[in-house]
Ligand binder design. Structure first.
Ligand code: FES
Length: 104
């Protein structure tokens, strides 16, 4: 299954995703190093922040209170913000489109 990602410099890349790994792990594994993921995926750093194409939002697992709280501390949060470490990647998300959030 494919993840379509737009980087901060506006380039688009298609990554072959691994099911079971988080979206964050897949983005980093696909070479998107601007997803820093400083906390390693434990929902405490917000450096894995992405914007999810609106059509895909409803396909994602609901946001936990922890994710919501952490995103609330971001100065660049949008309605379609998610923390990519909190999204398990699955075949149902084939062709998902995400954009790396600007540095906060
Ligand atoms: Fe730190 Fe996602 S990797 S919150």
């Amino acid at each position: 299954p494919i993840i379509n990602v737009t980087t901060r410099d506006g380039l688009t890349k298609a990554i072959e995703g691994r099911e079971g790994d988080s979206l964050m792990e897949n983005l980093r594994g696909g070479g998107i190093e601007e997803i820093l993921a400083l906390c390693g995926g434990c929902c405490s750093c917000a450096t894995c922040h992405v914007f999810v194409a609106d059509d895909w939002l409803s396909a994602l697992p609901p946001m936990s209170d922890d994710e919501d709280d952490l995103l609330s501390t971001s100065g660049v949060r949008q309605a379609n913000s998610r923390l990519s470490c909190q999204i398990p990647f699955a075949a149902t998300l084939d062709e998902i489109e995400v954009t790396v959030a600007p540095e906060d």
